[in-house]
Every structure is written in structure tokens, then in C-alpha cells.
Design a protein around this ligand. Structure first.
Ligand code: SAH
Ligand code: SF4
Ligand code: F3S
Length: 459
């Protein structure tokens, strides 16, 4: 095929890192089958919206975007509009009904067959025949979850740069009562450690120096005799890898062995994202998180004893059904007690089919109350973040330059402790490591100056 006659595909991804990594996987699969990946839907023959189902708000936004892309589809006969990912899996054929202009819905376990599905659409041979009005062709739904599909042998198309995400696990074996993930991504499936290490080595040879291992409960990973701590150590020891991160761990699988690997391996970053969800035992129990506040605090103590300087971040849900004001205050106390460097905070959003939706109707929290709790939590967590970051002004930290800054002549990077820093520098230096003194903070991020540059100026 000449490059002119190549079909062009555009993938737009929403949601978590796992899903972004899946978007890269789809691009890799399509590119491997002769498609050209383009950066704008206007330039594409195939437009895929790779969706998230975690909260209602996320879904509504994406449905709006899909409707908007239908405008483009109307102007461009022959354009295929597909919806993939978690919302596609959750809504399934209902999405084809609700948005009749969507040609394809495909869940997270269907991507290996994406080129075939697109070819079938081209040839008008759908799997699910849906006769429509005269002007409409057939639609196609690929929604089978597959316990054996871990995309072995396939690789993502990664954008160039010093950092890369490496999925090591798909799905989740937990059943937190608020969460849709196990229903749209199925049970936990781990990739072969051999394949993961080969991939990391190839990335390092290609110039990547920081990898982030991905999974929904990434630290429950086990493959044959290889546990997560063992895998982490081996990844950290790959030549050329200077930084390793992982997300998201489940608190219950934060073990002494894992903490030891983090403390011993210089390449493992001093940052841990530890989703707490709530700071009250009754709420945690009803969320089916399988830990208590006390055991969570013990884990944090263990981590800090081994790495006193570690940065901690978390996820919190407020207004879970039945959460009393007093129980919400316990969550604030947890925040004040632990002092997380960063917190991702959410209002509970009911997801159809999850156990929490079956709690007594009277338990569901008034939206105004939920909003007030969220704002209070955000205020507390931002104030703590600002205090911590202000106390770090003056430190010298190693920064990996990851991209251009917002202003001309500036670059943006991150410290090992996952703090974002901007400073003067040329975008040609993306991928370099440099020592930076943290000079100012907005509360959330820093601006600074390179130590070498300072010396040069003062000489
Ligand atoms: N596997 C990861 C979480 C993935 S979802 C983990 O266990 O940490 C990311 C975050 O979204 C969760 O940590 C939780 O805080 C939030 N979340 C999940 N379901 C939600 C819901 N129904 N409403 C609001 N927030 C939710
Ligand atoms: Fe969802 Fe819980 Fe699994 Fe995380 S551990 S993906 S919150 S079910
Ligand atoms: Fe969303 Fe699916 Fe990730 S529901 S958070 S994109 S696993």
C-alpha cells in the first residue's frame, strides 16, 4: 500500500493510565496492520473514542464528544466512528441504540481483533446486524470479555520521549462496592514477567529511562514464581532505566518485601500512590476495601520508616451512601494525620450494576451535601500540599526534563518524588536529568533553576 492509500486512524482516549496505555495499544495494532495514525479526527478515516466509565460525569462528557464527532462523520462519508474502552463495554449495544451514528462499540478485550472488525464494517459484514434507516449501514458490537487476553505479543505505539507506561496487569479481582472496573475489565490477568522485562529492555535501548508499571492493583501482580516486588527489582536493574514508578497499588499488598525493594533499589522512585478512599472503618467496610484505618496507618508507618522522605498521594471518595458527617470528619482526620503530598478527590457516583447502588435509597447523600464535603476535603488537602511544598523550597532535586514549559524558553520536569518543576531551559534537552533547586511553589507545583546554570551565572 502506498502511504497515500493507507487508511488513517485517530484514537482519542479518556480515563486512567491503563486506558491511555490501551489507546497506545490500539494505535500499535492498527499501525502494524497498515494504518497511518494521525493527530486529528478531521484527517482520519477511522475515529475511535476510547472511553472511561468510572463516574457518570466522565461518561456524559464523552457521549457529548461522540455526538460532536458525528457532525464530522456526516460531512465525511465513509468515516467510521467507533467507541472503545470501559464505557463501550458497560453500555454495549445500548450505546448503538442511543447513538445510532456509532458504527462500532468494542470493549477492552477486543482490540486484537480491531483490524478485522474494521474490515468487516468496510465489507458490511457485522457481527451484530442492526437494520436501520435507509441511509445507515450496519453496526458492530464486540463485547466479549476474555480471561486469556493479555495482549501478549502486541505492543503499544508510544509517543517519543524519556518516559513510558508498561501495562503488567489487566482487570481486577477486587469488588469495591462503588467500582465499575471489574465489570468492564474482568478479573485480574497478569502478563509474563519475561515479556515485561524484554519490553523494558527494548524501551531502554530506545532511549526511555523512566517506566511506570501499570495495573488496577498492580502490586498483587504474580506470574509463575515472580511476585511484584521481584518484578519491580528486576525492572529497576535493567540497564538504562533510571526511574521506575508503579500505579495503582492496593494497600493490602504493600508488604515488607515490597517496601524493602523500594528502599534498596535506587531506580525505584520515592513516591507511593496509596488509594485510601476513606478514613472511617464503617465506610471502608461498606466499600469492601478489606482494610481498616489502623492497618492502613501501619502500612504508611512501615513505608515511612524505610523511606522517611517518600512522597505519598491518595484517592478519596466522599459521600459514599450512608456516610455520616462524623464519618466524613474521620476522612479529614486521616488527611491531616497522614499529610499526603497529593490527593485525587471524588464525589461518589452511582454506577449501574455495582453493589453500592443497591444500598437503601435513604442512604444516598444529597448532592449539595456531597459537594460541600468535596470542597472541604479539597481545601484541607490543598492546604496540606501547599505547606509541604513550601517546606521543600530550597531543596535541590534531580529532575527529568519531560517537556516544554508553558512559557517560551522553559522546560517542565518531575522529581523522583513526583513533583512538577518548571525552569529555564531549551526543549532540546527533553530526556536529560539535571539538578534543580526548588525556588518557589504555587502550592501544587514548583519553579526552580538548574544548579549548574546558577554556578555558570555566578562565575
Ligand atoms: N484500581 C485503582 C482505582 C481505579 S479507579 C485502585 O484501587 O486504587 C480510580 C479512582 O476512582 C478510585 O481510586 C476511586 O477513588 C475513584 N472511583 C472509583 N469508582 C468511583 C465511583 N463510583 N464514584 C466516585 N469515585 C470513584
Ligand atoms: Fe475498583 Fe477496587 Fe478494583 Fe480499584 S481495587 S479497580 S477501586 S474494584
Ligand atoms: Fe475509567 Fe476504565 Fe480506567 S473505567 S478509570 S478507563 S479502567
Amino acid at each position: 500500500m502506498s502511504s497515500r492509500s493507507k487508511k488513517r486512524a485517530y484514537v482519542e482516549t479518556y480515563g486512567c493510565q491503563m486506558n491511555i496505555s490501551d489507546g497506545e495499544l490500539m494505535e500499535g495494532i492498527l499501525e502494524g496492520r497498515g494504518y497511518r495514525i494521525v493527530d486529528a479526527p478531521e484527517d482520519a478515516d477511522v475515529v475511535l473514542v476510547n472511553t472511561c466509565a468510572i463516574r457518570d460525569h466522565a461518561e456524559k462528557r464523552v457521549l457529548g464528544r461522540v455526538a460532536q464527532l458525528n457532525g464530522l462523520r456526516r460531512e465525511r462519508p465513509g468515516m467510521v466512528l467507533g467507541v472503545t474502552g470501559c464505557m463501550a463495554q458497560r453500555m454495549g449495544e445500548a450505546l448503538l441504540e442511543q447513538a445510532p451514528y456509532v458504527d462500532l462499540v468494542m470493549g477492552p478485550d477486543g482490540y486484537r481483533g480491531l483490524p478485522e472488525a474494521l474490515a468487516r464494517l468496510d465489507a458490511d459484514v457485522p457481527i451484530v446486524e442492526r437494520p436501520r434507516g435507509k441511509k445507515r449501514g450496519p453496526q458492530l458490537a464486540v463485547l466479549q470479555l476474555d480471561m486469556d487476553e493479555n495482549y501478549q505479543g502486541l505492543e503499544q505505539r508510544r509517543t517519543e520521549g524519556p518516559t513510558a507506561w508498561v501495562p503488567i496487569q489487566r482487570g481486577c479481582d477486587h469488588r469495591c462496592t462503588y467500582c465499575i472496573v471489574p465489570y468492564v475489565r474482568g478479573g485480574e490477568k497478569n502478563r509474563s514477567a519475561v515479556e515485561i522485562l524484554d519490553e523494558v529492555r527494548a524501551l531502554a535501548e530506545g532511549g526511555v529511562s523512566e517506566v511506570t508499571l501499570l495495573g488496577q492493583t498492580v502490586n498483587s501482580y504474580v506470574w509463575e514464581a515472580v511476585s511484584f516486588p521481584q518484578l519491580l527489582r528486576r525492572v529497576a536493574q535493567v540497564d538504562g532505566i533510571r526511574r521506575v514508578r508503579y500505579t495503582s497499588p492496593h494497600p493490602n499488598d504493600v508488604t515488607p518485601e515490597l517496601v524493602a525493594v523500594m528502599a534498596e533499589e535506587p531506580a525505584v522512585c520515592e513516591h507511593l500512590h496509596l488509594p485510601a478512599q476513606a478514613g472511617n472503618d464503617r465506610t471502608l467496610k461498606r466499600m469492601l476495601r478489606r482494610y481498616t484505618v489502623e492497618s492502613l496507618l501501619q502500612k504508611i508507618d512501615m513505608v515511612r520508616a524505610a523511606m522517611p522522605d517518600i512522597a505519598l498521594s491518595t484517592d478519596i471518595i466522599v459521600a459514599f451512601p450512608g456516610e455520616t458527617d462524623e464519618e466524613f470528619r474521620d476522612t479529614l482526620d486521616l488527611m491531616r494525620g497522614v499529610r499526603f503530598d497529593d490527593a485525587f478527590t471524588y464525589k461518589y457516583s452511582p454506577r449501574d450494576g455495582t453493589p453500592a447502588t443497591r444500598l437503601p435509597e435513604g442512604d444516598f447523600i444529597d448532592p449539595d451535601v456531597a459537594q460541600t464535603r468535596l470542597e472541604e476535603l479539597i481545601n484541607v488537602s490543598r492546604a496540606i500540599q501547599a505547606e509541604i511544598n513550601e517546606s521543600e523550597v530550597g531543596r535541590v532535586e534531580e529532575v527529568l526534563i519531560e517537556g516544554a514549559g508553558r512559557d517560551e524558553g522553559q522546560v517542565r520536569g518531575r522529581t523522583g518524588r513526583n513533583k512538577v518543576v518548571v525552569f529555564d531551559g531549551s526543549a532540546e534537552r527533553i530526556g536529560e536529568y539535571t539538578e534543580v533547586v526548588l525556588e518557589r511553589t504555587t502550592g501544587a507545583t514548583f519553579s526552580g533553576a538548574e544548579v549548574d546554570a546558577k554556578v555558570a551565572v555566578s562565575m
